[in-house]
Design a protein around this ligand. Sequence first.
Ligand SMILES: [Zn+2]
Length: 134
Amino acid sequence: MDLRQRTLKFSHVEQQELVSRLLELPAHDFLEVLRAVFETRVPDVESRVEQKFFLGVASIKPKLTPDRLQLAFQESGIWLQAVPYVNWNADVANDYVVPEGFYEFGRCSTCQIDLISSQRKAICPVCGSNVPLT
Ligand SMILES: [Zn+2]
């Protein structure tokens, strides 16, 4: 038994059931489940600095390399973007898109993290700012 198995509080079968259930969820429901977890759970409750979980997308070896992407990839060849939360307080009725693909981009003006989403009206998962995406 490896360390990972010893630290699990639930059985391997329970874990697989949870993973299967998450994989079956439509994209919208999957994102809302993760939002509920990530807005509540913190990586280290003992830390003196505020830490947050968030869903991210790592883009590796892009096929397109416009100037914006070249800057973002820098030397690592990997571009990390956070998936923001839908801003349900904004008027999303006309803009809401079922999240099957992430084609809206932007950068949080408060914490400067890059964001990627299916929605134009978003909330930064790191600092909570409202961020319009295009
Ligand atoms: Zn932010």
